[in-house]
Design a protein. Structure first.
Length: 261
């Protein structure tokens, strides 16, 4: 008897679902169906698929077919016509209907398998797009929440707006600092700054009792608000150009912008 793997590869299960197996093949299929739960499950799925496909794409027979069938019945009932039909009918005809049914069954199975693969691919694509859309939505929600917090912070009546104007080194430089003594928070926006040479970056300092105190390193490419240190008793804020990573003391000769608090 054929083993399980060869049976599954033979296509007999699909032919059985379409009613195309011989008596011997039918007996073989039913043996595997009765003894193997997985094969029984595959057969059930195939039968359901065939039924669904048939009901979806079924077409009513043409009206002229009914007349043709009735006419042939009448001819069969007429002895004289039956004799003539018998004499003109070939002794043996090729089973064209069976061949056509087998071909149609094979095409149907191939189409169903292809369609199933297409649906699985579409489902994977839709799932990926759904995850991507959900990710975008979550990011927008976070950005909106952050924007609301920033707006409330800026519009807070206790937030001072400090404009840092350009020095002789960079006359067009401009930055805005939002300084809030109550919340002890500070943010800066670089409105317009000169290009930074390779190996250099901006550093902001707070002047406290005549001494410059480091308040943060700035990213010149960042267009949004950047957090800087809030330093109590600061009287002015100053931006200098320093080596990458910052300096312990400001390079006063490279003062880019400053402003009083």
């Amino acid at each position: 008897m054929m083993d399980r793997d060869n049976f599954l590869a033979s296509g007999l299960l699909e032919q059985y679902a379409l009613g195309l197996t011989s008596p011997e093949e039918t007996q073989l299929v039913e043996h595997f169906v009765e003894t193997d739960p997985e094969i029984r499950k595959k057969l059930t799925a195939l039968q359901q698929t065939v039924e669904q496909y048939a009901s979806r794409y079924a077409m009513p027979p043409p009206r002229r077919l009914k007349k043709r069938i009735l006419s042939e019945i009448e001819e069969e009932e007429d002895p004289s016509r039956r004799k003539r039909l018998v004499s003109t009918t070939p002794a043996k005809r090729a089973p064209i209907g069976l061949v056509g049914t087998i071909i149609a069954g094979v095409l149907l199975i191939g189409f169903l398998l292809w369609r199933e693969q297409q649906l699985e691919a579409n489902n994977r694509e839709l799932s990926g797009k759904l995850r991507y859309s959900q990710s975008l939505y979550d990011n927008l929600q976070k950005e909106e929440t952050l924007a609301d917090r920033i707006f409330n912070y800026i519009e807070n009546g206790n937030t001072d707006v400090v404009h840092l104007r350009g020095s002789k080194v960079a006359k067009d430089a401009h930055a805005v600092v939002y300084w809030n003594p109550d919340e002890k928070k500070a943010h800066i926006k670089l409105v317009k700054m000169p290009a930074v040479p390779s190996g250099k970056q901006f550093q902001i300092w707070a002047e406290v009792n005549g001494k410059m105190v480091h308040a943060g390193l700035l990213d010149e490419a960042h267009q949004e608000l950047q957090v800087v240190k809030y330093i109590k008793d600061a009287t002015s804020l100053n931006i200098t150009m320093e080596p990458l990573g910052g300096s312990e003391n400001p390079s006063v000769i490279l003062l880019i912008a400053n402003g009083k608090i």
